[in-house]
Design a protein. Structure first.
Length: 156
């Protein structure tokens, strides 16, 4: 698992903290991001009184005694936002695990598909180099990647 793959869930969670749904956008889950944004707006419209936003939009400093009351009124939005962050984090973990599984399967298939015989099919357009494992044109006598001489299919 690469360092970026390990970092993706954390980055998605941090982006989700900044703006609800941004972590899902980072993970390329467009519908899920739209769902969380719409849910946040719905919760805001249904459960948070409009007056709760007045101290936040006024630009003035909120005294500590009012801050607790404003925060209490905004709890439904904060709960939905926190749930969105958790969802983005666990979605990122699942994607990282799926990516690691996929790369492990690809590595296993690649190692199983490595052919030691440079010419498996004389009619093939490409062959696999026995030294470096890369594909090479069947018309040339050497691997242009590692310069290993290849046997001509007619010589066998």
């Amino acid at each position: 698992m690469s360092a970026l793959t390990k970092l993706r869930p954390w980055l998605a969670a941090i982006l989700g903290l900044v703006i609800t749904g941004l972590g899902h956008l980072y993970l390329r889950r467009w519908r899920r991001a739209a769902f969380w944004v719409l849910l946040t707006f719905a919760v805001s419209a249904l459960f948070v009184p409009a007056e709760a936003f007045d101290p936040l939009t006024g630009g003035a400093v909120i005294p500590p005694s009012e801050f607790a009351a404003v925060l209490r009124e905004l709890v439904p939005i904060l709960v939905v936002s926190f749930a969105s962050v958790l969802d983005a984090f666990f979605l990122g973990l699942r994607q990282a695990a799926a990516r690691a599984d996929r790369s492990a399967v690809e590595d296993a298939e690649e190692s199983a598909a490595t052919v030691t015989d440079p010419v498996a099919d004389p009619d093939a357009a490409t062959i696999t180099c026995p030294e470096c494992g890369r594909e090479v044109d069947a018309d040339i006598d050497f691997c242009h990647w590692c310069t290993t001489p290849l046997d001509d299919p007619g010589d066998r």
